[in-house]
Structure formats: structure tokens, C-alpha cells
Design a binder for this molecule. Structure first.
Ligand SMILES: [Zn+2]
Length: 69
């Protein structure tokens, strides 16, 4: 499960939360003030993420055996 960092806009508290893949599109509540006015912080994990209008299309067919990098 990926770990995301969130920040509460109400009290300014920052917290981490493990979000399941099915819960990745909804914001968790603040553990302090239980407000739903939270915001996902930019994490260092940039492999996959449901960003706004971000379509990931990886269509690369590797035929021969070649190392990448
Ligand atoms: Zn809060």
C-alpha cells in the first residue's frame, strides 16, 4: 500500500496515511480536527498517481533484449 502525505487546510496539520488503491480518489479526514478539507501533498513517489487529467499510456514494445540505462 502506498503511503501518501496529506495536509489539512483547516488546522494546517500534516499527516501520512496509507491509501488503498480503491481509496486513492478520495481524501481522508484530518486526524486532529476530523475535517475533510485535506489536500494531498506532492510525494516523492511519482510512479503512478491519479492526477487531474493525467492519462498514462505506456505503449512501448521491446522486442530485442536490451537493458534500459
Ligand atoms: Zn485538521
Amino acid at each position: 500500500m502506498p503511503l501518501y502525505e496529506y495536509r489539512c487546510k483547516d488546522c494546517g496539520s500534516e499527516f501520512e496515511k496509507m491509501i488503498r488503491f480503491t481509496e486513492a480518489n478520495q481524501l481522508p479526514a484530518c486526524p486532529k480536527c476530523e475535517s475533510l478539507n485535506t489536500q494531498k501533498k506532492l510525494s516523492h513517489v511519482s510512479s503512478f498517481g491519479a492526477s487531474s487529467s493525467g492519462v498514462i499510456s505506456t505503449s512501448s514494445s521491446c522486442g530485442s533484449s536490451g537493458g534500459f540505462g
